[in-house]
Design a protein around this ligand. Structure first.
Ligand code: BTN
Length: 326
């Protein structure tokens, strides 16, 4: 896919060194004025760029852009040859983009985007992905089974994310039912599953995963997020996590986990899921449409439903918004 000039300018500047406007123009086959225009559009995306007369432009902090070649280097040969990868510069939402491809593509198909201005979260919320500051990843899979057999899939996907983060040395990763990824009780990522097709099967599932890598550039937007959040840059200030390695490991883990889920369903993942369950033993309230159920969280059942001990009964919750009570 041909990348827009804004992206190409950023790529040239990504090393954090000075680059003269005229040399950049020569390299990209555009005028110095056009370079300046793209630098302005990058500044509008909250990139800090110094411009010094006689020296050129310099990105205040180096940035690692997504690259098909770099991602492929981290993948096993088997994985590389068995899925399609599209890296977009910008799309409103990688989930929406991949859903629109269902009829024209063969699964598995992964879409990553540098920038996702209308990223979608659960319960109709917005998911903030600043340019090159997060990982916005959607994966399309075709399931031959009926939709009903996919219960617990989003929980299993959470384990794929945990395995990825642990492999990169991220400490204390936890899961909050149904599919929040947390570190130090702060949200680091989330999962949004969307399913299309025949209820009796086959059906298509788009698994959207958002991870906060460095949200510095989204500071203003993040002030509106009510849930406590974190990012990898804060959690691991001394390590620079490669977004390409992160993407590759995530793809590898998901492409390994989904066929396992297809064969055995959520029961095969349930025990492992409990190891990371942050709610277990805590008093929680689950908000439904017009209901609120409070009880002690007791893990999940074989369908991935949250088990709540209300004192008088054990209830399996299928959906809802969780509040932890102290
Ligand atoms: C949540 O916790 O609310 C779920 C967040 C899911 C965000 C990801 S980012 C990639 C994919 N594209 C989207 O628009 N949403 C998901």
């Amino acid at each position: 896919m041909k990348l827009p000039l804004r992206h190409q300018v950023l790529e040239q500047l990504s090393d954090g060194r000075f680059h003269s406007g005229s040399l950049l123009g020569e390299k990209l086959g555009i005028s110095r004025a056009a370079i300046w225009k793209h630098v302005c559009s990058l500044k509008a995306l909250d990139f800090e760029i110094y411009s010094v007369p006689g020296k050129g432009y310099r990105l205040c902090e180096p940035v690692e852009l997504l690259s098909q070649t770099r991602i492929e280097k981290y993948l096993t040969r088997y994985t590389r040859e068995n899925f399609r990868l599209d890296i977009l510069d910008e799309t409103p939402s990688t989930n929406t983009w991949l859903m629109s491809q269902i009829k024209h593509t063969t699964a598995p198909h992964v879409c990553l985007a540098e920038y996702q201005p209308q990223g979608r979260g659960r319960h109709g919320r917005q998911w903030v992905t600043p340019y090159a500051g997060g990982l916005a990843c959607s994966l399309l899979w075709r399931f031959a089974c009926p939709v009903g057999q996919l219960s617990g899939l989003s929980l299993a996907a959470g384990l794929g994310v945990v395995r990825t983060l642990e492999a990169l040395g991220v400490p204390q990763v936890k899961l909050k039912w149904p599919n929040d990824i947390l570190c130090n009780e702060h949200k680091l990522g989330g999962i949004l599953l969307e399913i299309a097709g025949d209820a009796a099967g086959p059906c298509y599932c788009v698994m959207g995963i958002g991870l906060n890598v460095n949200l510095k550039r989204a500071h203003a937007q993040m002030t509106e997020v009510t849930q406590p959040w974190t990012d990898l840059a804060r959690l691991m200030p001394d390590v620079s996590i490669s977004r390409n390695q992160l993407a590759a490991l995530l793809i590898e883990n998901l492409l390994d986990l989904i066929p396992h889920f297809e064969r055995e369903g959520f029961p095969a993942f349930r025990q492992d899921w409990h190891r990371y369950d942050i709610l277990s033993g805590r008093c929680v309230s689950v908000q439904g449409h017009n209901t609120e159920t409070t009880g002690i969280a007791r893990g999940v059942n074989a369908a991935g439903n949250l088990l709540l001990d209300t004192g008088t009964a054990q209830i399996a919750m299928t959906a809802g918004e969780i509040t932890v009570r102290f």
